[in-house]
Design a protein around this ligand. Structure first.
Ligand code: SF4
Ligand code: SF4
Length: 437
């Protein structure tokens, strides 16, 4: 019986491992479609960001209630996984509660702590479900939150609740089995699950054993299924928030990454430096028309997006009724990567499928509505910058297509000829002072 369970466990673990690996390689290849960008500086600051923002959830605490609830789920995920470790060792070796023999009297403490966390996770998930589907907080119902993103959130929250119930029922049936079989490993009293024991007291030892084993299998299959599922879901942020915060921009938010070749040209035009002779090279594309024009870290950011909508809820363009939603920008980048990746995986044309991020996924109307205010960047709990992507696409429209709105084009022309956005020669700039003296 134990051998059959061990074999079944190994098969389940192997299948889950293969599926996760395949998906991780798929995502890695998609991120590699982005432009190279070597980030190898200020390691201390980067590490600090990762520890404070990804591990410590620092930016979440701007909204304390959601932050505390999210923290329960996050801590539950990290800490209850220690119990999953015990599941895996038991599954491998056909043992039962192997940690109990090592931890002795500490084991009941640990299990009670896990159970308390499981209850906190259930309550937090329940509140999150209520916020989304009963109170219907607007940012969870805006237009980009179509059926799949809403279903994704509901599935994860419901699965977590069911998995936590499985732990509690497993422990309750286990404690009853300990009472009828003295050879059963003792867990001591587990306070939360023991509240469920009256519900199970009428069951025979055989039925209790089936229930205990069912909950064990349900939990482990649930966890393994969850690990495959999150690679398709916004919940990938559980892992990608760490590299994303590490590789996030450290420059002041208002600083825009200029293109060195353009900067040199402008400086020479303003007489600030002599134009350096350039080695002939393949002219690259100015700005971004598709995902392969964006830097790899912008693509990774799209996979790290939690779809929380904090960026959109702070975006002045969105709030004033414009068609722009920074969350949608990140979701579109991810959708484009997924489409290109699937096309490549099936031997299709991949990036050369005749579609482009700009035009087929994101419209000019959206990117032109951005005020470059950085409110979205400030609001993002995992340090994503939708603005970087918007600016790259606007740069493409302005420099490659001359397709900016007509008012902007006259401003660009004024800057080029008058060194200011206005239609006055630069020599007249200080006339106002002499006229008023
Ligand atoms: S930078 Fe653009 S997208 Fe971001 S909040 Fe401001 S207007 Fe919205
Ligand atoms: S970009 Fe950041 S703030 Fe916006 S939805 Fe994604 S995770 Fe949330």
């Amino acid at each position: 019986m134990y051998i059959a369970q061990q074999v079944a466990f190994l098969i389940t673990l192997t299948v889950a491992g293969i599926l996760v690996r395949r998906r991780v390689l798929f995502i890695r290849n998609n991120i590699r479609l982005g432009k190279a960008n070597v980030i190898n500086d200020r390691h201390g600051e980067r590490l600090k960001n990762m520890l404070l923002v990804a591990f410590g959830q620092k930016k979440m605490f701007k909204r304390p209630v959601a932050a505390v609830l999210h923290f329960f789920i996050y801590a539950g995920f990290l800490i209850i996984n220690l119990e999953v470790l015990e599941f895996i060792i038991d599954g491998f070796f056909g043992t039962h509660r192997i940690f109990a023999s090592f931890l002795g009297p500490l084991y009941p403490w640990m299990m009670n702590f896990f159970e308390a966390l499981a209850v906190a996770v259930m309550l937090a998930c329940l509140v999150f479900l209520l916020r989304r589907f009963v109170i219907r907080i607007p940012r969870f119902w805006s237009s980009e939150m179509t059926t799949w993103p809403r279903l994704d959130a509901a599935l994860i929250l419901t699965t977590e609740i069911v998995l936590m119930w499985a732990i509690l029922f497993m422990n309750a049936s286990d404690q009853l089995l300990q009472q009828v079989n003295e050879h059963y490993v003792s867990t001591g009293t587990l306070y939360f699950s023991s509240m469920l024991m009256p519900l199970l007291e009428s069951l025979t030892p055989g039925s209790l054993l089936i229930l205990e084993r069912f909950c064990w299998w349900f939990h482990i299959i649930g966890i393994l299924g969850f690990s495959v599922y999150i690679t398709y879901s916004k919940h990938l942020h559980i892992f990608l928030a760490f590299p994303n915060t590490y590789y996030a921009r450290l420059e002041p938010k208002g600083q825009i990454n200029n293109m060195p070749v353009v900067t040199r040209e402008v400086r020479s035009m303003l007489g600030l430096e002599a134009a350096a002779p350039q080695a002939p090279s393949e002219p690259g594309r100015f700005g971004a028309k598709d995902i392969n024009d964006l830097q790899w870290n912008s693509l990774m950011a799209a996979y790290s997006c939690t779809e929380c909508g904090r960026c959109t809820s702070e975006c002045p363009a969105n709030l004033s009724g414009k068609k722009l939603s920074p969350r949608k920008i990140m979701m579109d980048v991810r959708d484009r990567m997924e489409d290109v990746g699937k096309s490549m995986a099936s031997g299709g044309p991949g990036i050369a499928d005749g579609k482009f991020l700009l035009g087929d996924y994101i419209t000019k109307e959206e990117i032109n509505a951005c005020t470059s205010c950085n409110a979205c960047v400030e609001a993002c709990p995992v340090m994503i910058s939708p603005l970087d992507i918007i600016i790259e696409m606007r740069r493409y429209v302005a420099m490659e297509e001359s397709g900016s709105p007509a008012q902007w084009n006259s401003m660009f022309q004024n800057i080029e000829t008058n060194f200011a956005p206005w239609k006055f020669p630069s020599s007249d700039r200080f006339k106002w002072a002499s006229e008023n003296s």
